[in-house]
Design a protein around this ligand. Sequence first.
Ligand SMILES: [Zn+2]
Length: 64
Amino acid sequence: MDVKTTMSGPVDLPPPMFEPAPVAGCDVCAVLKRDRETARSKGDLSKVTDCNVEMRSHHLADGR
Ligand SMILES: [Zn+2]
């Protein structure tokens, strides 16, 4: 049996629809959206993910 390990898997970009939309009128979302775009333009995908997580979680924390 000759099973080869693939070292380079497919590049896994998160689909855009996975990203939370900023809530209108929310200052935190506005800042996170700007940070997210800046991070994406730099190719800093972990920062992009951080922004997405925070954009969701700060509203969940509201309980609204
Ligand atoms: Zn918000």
